[in-house]
Design a protein around this ligand. Sequence first.
Ligand SMILES: Cc1cc2nc3c(=O)[nH]c(=O)nc-3n(C[C@H](O)[C@H](O)[C@H](O)COP(=O)(O)O)c2cc1C
Length: 302
Amino acid sequence: MSLPLETTIDPTLCDGCALCASVCPAEIISVQGDTARVTGPADRCLHCAHCAAVCPPGAVTVPSATQAALGLATVSQSPSTAPLPSTASLVRLMAGRRSCRAYRDKPVSRALLEDLVRIGITAPSGTNSQRWTFTLLPGRRAMERFGALTARFFSQLNFVVRFAPVRLAARLVSGDTLELYYREYYERVQEALDEWRRTGRDLLFHGAPAAIFIGSRPGGTTPKEDALLAAQNILLAAETMGLGTCLVGYAVEALAADPRIKREMGIPKEERVHAVIAVGYPKVPWKRPAGRRLVTPRLWEG
Ligand SMILES: Cc1cc2nc3c(=O)[nH]c(=O)nc-3n(C[C@H](O)[C@H](O)[C@H](O)COP(=O)(O)O)c2cc1C
């Protein structure tokens, strides 16, 4: 679905430098005489606003792209005037981020969570579709309620997956997924469920006081990739705010497999949730960055 063409070029400001035309991915801008004009088909516009971003006199306006201009409530400095981090400090941030599984008993303000969403949506998205959705769980009550919905799903799954004929039948319909789950996850999920019932210990979110769900509405070209790119933005930005985060794949699986969960949370059934991020203040600060197995990139020189 394409948005109506809204890009306008003010001829009194435009000096015909053609920079806008040179960066337009849809090639719908051309310079006629000494003024740039939108001359191509309206439905090709991606609303990426690259044209506005390069225009020296600021003659180009793309309303759909400025609606979401970053205004961060919890960050005093304007992002547009903040100095860029060096490569070294950026890599230090990336390598220093670790998954947090021990949180302090301190709530995360809604303003911070909303800022993280605004930071998330600076990510690229396929054909600039931006069809992501965000659901905030702002406190332990919501986290525990969601935990119970997830536990209900995994309890039922574990009940049926124990039976070999069930796994065999599932194999015929949906391949190896259930067998793989049984081999890799059944036991540790069962242990986590038993412990949760016995002691109330939260092994899903590890006691995090808040969460951000990132999903997609239908119509995007690359919904999962878009959501995961927004997720990485959020993980890194949270780190700079002194917050700890952890992606929670088990929650994503439960949301995908059990439509009752979305229904009970008021998430429309046509939405898909691709990432669930636990957020909170870490109990223990990391002293050293992550070690990673070294990879050797393949070189293909044509
Ligand atoms: C898609 C995805 C799903 C994940 N799901 C979980 C999860 O359900 N529970 C959890 O504790 N960690 C989860 N993690 C965190 C990984 O275990 C973690 O990123 C990995 O061990 C590397 O550690 P680091 O993030 O501290 O560098 C997930 C990570 C990814 C990328």
